[in-house]
Design a protein around this ligand. Structure first.
Ligand SMILES: NC(=O)c1ccc[n+]([C@@H]2O[C@H](COP(=O)([O-])OP(=O)(O)OC[C@H]3O[C@@H](n4cnc5c(N)ncnc54)[C@H](O)[C@@H]3O)[C@@H](O)[C@H]2O)c1
Length: 408
């Protein structure tokens, strides 16, 4: 990565800047994450906020004022940010169908880009975003937050040090989109704007976690379930997607993604290890069950992972450690457990600041985001065709696409 020298001089350090495009529910979380990480080095100062609903952007601007920070300027037009030569980067937190167009425009205008998951609606859009980043030598990073939660990073270190994983089972239950408990914007119910709610919106988190914890996926087989009131039989509108994924490592992941009127929303996960140990969770983003080690000793997962997180944090740079798993820098928790900025979103924006500063490549770049998205698409393709997807020509197409783009 070339030295990124766009920051303006502020005091003794170069100050790099970011504008948030989209100030809805996640945009506000991103703003809080930039505020929380603003005292770290490197960091990005939020100078611009954009939302076509200016009241939302002003509400988010208030957060900066309340934190004693300079108030970002507010606009309803993303083009105003692209035209500002002093702005280094943008954080795109828009409905998914807008990711492709806005990100490509930003990259062509010379801005580094952080974008919410899923990267885009489909692999073709994703490939054109990756191409724009390469052609303009800009960072394209995906703000996936689950893998960046400290417990998931610590779990990855634990799996790296185990004899291998037999299986991972994931059961995610969302409330239906028409349900007021859901609290999601209306666009989530429209496949042309969100992709499939289960496969793209929820599935992007799950596919990224499977890849992060178990490694690359070789095949996907998915069976859909529809409510009696859904005549279309379009898997993007299914109320259940039930998938089996086989990984190159030999591990098998079973995934059930459902929306249900009758069950409380939530998630549960279980990983079975070759040595008979297992890790359980009763939560969407973290691991809060228990871990049974090789010798049969049983600790809560939280205790085990906290200890491990502290350990990997300490030796995360690898100096002095002979254990390759402990030298694996990417799984180092970015923040201590009691740090206000320890959420996955804060880790994502902090990591983006490192990439903009030229310190290190983003962990989830455009090619990586495209691989996850291809698996989300594979759920739908397999559900539609009743055949195993991803292992065949589609896998080759995406692999070929990313190899070509890697080389360009
Ligand atoms: N990582 C996570 O856990 C997580 C959770 C929820 C959503 N998301 C993702 O975050 C993104 C945003 O979701 P959200 O829930 O914040 O949506 P939202 O509807 O709450 O917010 C989107 C905002 O974008 C604005 N907007 C739409 N089009 C615009 C345009 N062309 N120019 C300027 N402003 C525009 C809207 O007015 C709205 O304020 C989506 O990609 C979604 O998939 C991620």
């Amino acid at each position: 990565m070339g030295q990124r020298e766009q920051g303006t001089q502020h005091g003794s350090k170069a100050e790099r800047t970011v504008g948030i495009i989209g100030c809805g529910s996640m945009g506000e979380r991103h703003a809080r994450a930039f505020i929380a990480t603003g005292r770290l080095e490197p960091c990005l100062r939020v100078t611009h906020l954009c939302d076509r609903d200016s009241a939302r952007a002003h509400r988010v601007a208030d957060l900066f004022t309340q934190a004693g920070l300079p108030r970002p300027s507010v606009t309803v037009r993303a083009e105003d940010l692209f035209a500002d030569g002093g702005l280094d980067s943008v954080d795109v937190v828009l409905p998914t169908s807008a990711h492709h167009g806005v990100c490509v425009q930003a990259l062509r205008a010379g801005k580094h880009v952080l974008v919410e998951k899923p990267l885009a609606l489909d692999v073709e859009q994703a490939a054109s975003m990756v191409g724009a980043a390469a052609a303009n030598d800009r960072v394209l990073s995906v703000a996936e937050n689950y893998r960046r939660v400290g417990a998931n990073r610590a779990l990855r270190a634990l799996l790296d040090r185990s004899d291998g994983v037999v299986s991972m089972t994931t059961d995610i239950v969302c409330s239906p989109l028409h349900d007021a408990r859901h609290n999601a914007a209306d666009w989530y119910a429209d496949p042309d704007t969100a992709g499939s709610y289960l496969a793209h919106e929820m599935g992007a988190h799950e596919m990224d976690l499977v890849r992060f914890l178990l490694g690359e996926v070789e095949s996907v087989h998915c069976v859909p379930r529809f409510s009696a009131h859904e005549p279309s039989r379009d898997p993007r509108r299914a109320t259940g997607l039930f998938a089996t994924l086989t990984c190159a490592s030999g591990a098998v992941a079973q995934m059930s993604l459902r929306s249900s009127d009758h069950e409380p929303p939530g998630g549960s996960r279980r990983i079975v290890l070759e040595d008979g140990g297992h890790v359980l969770s009763q939560a969407w983003e973290v691991w809060d069950g228990w871990h049974q080690g090789r010798g049969g000793a049983r600790t809560t997962t939280d205790e085990a992972l906290t200890a491990l997180a502290a350990h990997t944090g300490e030796v995360g740079n690898g100096r002095g450690s002979s254990d390759p798993a402990l030298r694996h820098e990417p799984v180092r928790p970015l923040f201590a457990r009691d740090d206000v900025a320890r959420s996955g979103v804060a880790s994502a924006v902090h990591e983006f600041a490192h990439a903009v500063a030229g310190v290190r490549e983003p962990e989830i770049d455009g090619v990586d985001g495209m691989r996850t998205l291809a698996l989300c698409e594979s759920l739908i393709l397999s559900a539609r065709s009743s055949r195993t997807s991803w292992s065949g020509s589609r896998s080759a197409t995406v692999a070929g696409m990313s190899t070509r783009l890697d080389r360009s």
